[in-house]
Design a protein around this ligand. Sequence first.
Ligand code: BES
Ligand code: MN
Ligand code: ZN
Length: 492
Amino acid sequence: MNINIQTVNPCKHASPALVIGCFEDAHNELIDACDAALDGCMGRLKSTKEFNGKANSTYLIHTLGRLPSERLLLVGLGKKSELTVEILRQAAGNAVQVLRKARVATFATTLHLTGDSNAALEAVVVGTVLGSYSFELYKTKDKSERFSFESMTVLLPKGADMKSAHTRISRAEIICQGSTLARDLVSQPGNVVTTGYLANVAKDLAEHHGIECRVYEQAEMENLGMNALVGVGKGSAEPPRLIVLEYHGVNAKGRPVVIVGKGITFDSGGISIKPGAGMEEMKTDMAGGAAVLGTMAAAAGLKLPVNLIGIIPTAENMPDGKSFKPGDVLTSMSGSTIEITNTDAEGRLILCDALHFATQYKPAVMVDLATLTGACVVALGHEASGLMGNNQRLMDALKGAGERCGERLWQLPLWDEYGEAMKSDIADLKNAGSRDGGSITAGWFLKQFVGTIPWAHLDIAGTAWGDKSRPYSPKGATGIGVRLLIEYLESR
Ligand code: BES
Ligand code: MN
Ligand code: ZN
């Protein structure tokens, strides 16, 4: 969608649809002016309770020549004193979903005028771009019925600072491109997004942004002793890989931030095979890796003044005669030995080698993102990602970033006592305990590989994929992690 700006009185602007934000408890001049032009229609909608301005409500009306715009889309914002950027993002997302249904491809918006200028503008752009997402690559029929948005015109009052508005819009667009890249990769099926495909996306991205990329192939990983990562990939025809991207911001000083993303391109469970029902969703098991790719692209696109390293261990977890199996013992790169008690606990295995590898960069902080445990979905549902780590300051900073951008986190403890469940009779650790505290024992396992580096782990199993549509995240891949990490990096 093309986004442009015009400084014009909304009541004088002609477009197929004009989007207006309405509070449930406050009026503004724009609404009064529109209401007068429409002979009191808006007042009527309020008195009949058809549209009351509550958050997440919308109402589309035809203006029949009474205003230059053909339609007015009223979008509820709730109480004026309770307005947040999240409400604006949701309002903008709701608006584009209504416009999509009505097949209105070009529209003008005034939603941002209800909030604090630049932050509100960014929220409206983010809600609009992410809310208008749809993945239709494999829909080959009814191409003529297909709909895509053309343009949104942001209306600003005369004399507004156009330059800062433009900057803020392109910033939001770059961030959304990162989230969209992550969504596309997660939406794509496992027969397309293989470990080699992810490596190629990383190489293309690096070339496009002028950043460094190195892909470690299986033999190199074996030489480095990454037997946990290599072990998980053993049953697949597609070899495992370790993708490393390095972005060095201009004038960026100090130790790097390292982000690590789980890149299981399909998780069948391996020899400890999963039940068939819902197994197709396991194509999303590389959502952490996708978030790392999206974040690297956005950080480079925004020219953030940081040193950022993105690491993606990637493999396909499949049953085969060559697969790793329960009872096997793998020696990880750190030297710790791991008894395999369940091949479906594969994420922690590829991550433990990647995290140990990452410590060589002497990072200022490390953050990993992984669709790691079904237990996290049981605990938090789809409303928050699980947050664990060894450094409260880092976790608080991430939690704050999550609240600001709408990708919320909820902390779980990593007390030593949880480690009891991960003790093996024959090796240093086992890879799976009982079901009890499953997200925490997985996090505790990872903690054994990060040394003293400030580290946080985000379990995104419940937040990477939406089984229902949300205001600015239509059903399917959410692109979780990209906006969160960019918000965090900018706040450092
Ligand atoms: N990729 C899954 C976790 C998952 C579940 C992600 C649901 C998204 C939605 C992970 O590899 C897994 O299978 N975890 C096991 C761990 C268990 C065997 C200790 C689980 O959660 O059941
Ligand atoms: Mn698994
Ligand atoms: Zn998995």
